[in-house]
Design a binder for this molecule. Structure first.
Ligand SMILES: C[S@@+](CC[C@H](N)C(=O)[O-])C[C@H]1O[C@@H](n2cnc3c(N)ncnc32)[C@H](O)[C@@H]1O
Length: 199
């Protein structure tokens, strides 16, 4: 199975790394949900080799691509890919940070509460969950292009869609996390940073 090439990762990997670098812990394991091709995984892993990087995905082709990228661009902290379906029990019981980039708008709606429930279980107090993608705020899109993207997502699957940051903040609170930062990113995307507030 070849290493897949997800074009967007070339455009957003540096800005995402810029958000992650000062906000990730100094040591420990970073669990990535929906790693896709694995390109973010190897890029972040090479830039921050003092951390252990656990890639996951639901798709067998993506799991094989992650392994292929690891073979092409090995670095010290890269862990073997694991199958993780947000809607099933997670194969990982503990993580020091959780990443979920470009997943929740393009997966069934039930995946969103499942993400917060899982993150609430695996993170320690002070541990962070980072989500990246398009969001509405108070039900409003931040750009006309996101309105069209919403229509495209709904045409792919009525259960897909741009999620609302305020709803995510509520889900976070229900699972012991708090929305602490909304970082504006290029192309009308945001990185949302959530922090676990209780042990
Ligand atoms: C648009 S891709 C994003 C991949 C990567 N994070 C990136 O930013 O390039 C969405 C990913 O979510 C994964 N995914 C979809 N449904 C999922 C689920 N229920 N549990 C875990 N991952 C899922 C897909 O297999 C795919 O790899």
């Amino acid at each position: 199975m070849p290493a897949l090439d997800f074009a967007a990762t070339h455009r957003n990997r540096d800005v995402l790394l810029g958000v992650l670098k000062p906000r990730l812990p100094g040591s420990g394991m970073v669990l990535e949900i929906g790693s896709g091709s694995g390109q973010h995984h190897v890029y972040f892993g090479a830039a921050l080799p003092h951390l252990n990087w656990q890639p996951t995905d639901i798709e067998p082709d993506h799991l094989r691509s992650i392994t292929a990228w690891q073979d092409l661009q090995p670095s010290a902290g890269l862990l073997p890919a694991k199958k993780l379906d947000l809607l099933k029990p997670w194969p990982v019981q503990q993580a020091d940070a959780v990443l979920c980039f470009n997943v929740i708008h393009i997966s069934p709606r039930a995946c969103t509460p499942a993400l917060f429930e899982g993150a609430g279980q695996v993170l320690p107090k002070g541990g962070r969950l980072f989500t990246y993608g398009p969001y509405t705020f108070g039900g409003l899109h931040t750009a006309q292009s996101n309105v069209r993207f919403q229509e495209l997502l709904e045409s792919m699957d009525p259960d897909f869609g741009v999620r609302d940051a305020d709803e995510l903040a509520e889900l976070a609170l229900e699972n012991g996390l708090s929305l602490v930062e909304k970082v504006a990113m290029p192309a009308n995307n945001f990185t949302l940073v959530f922090e676990k507030t209780d042990a």
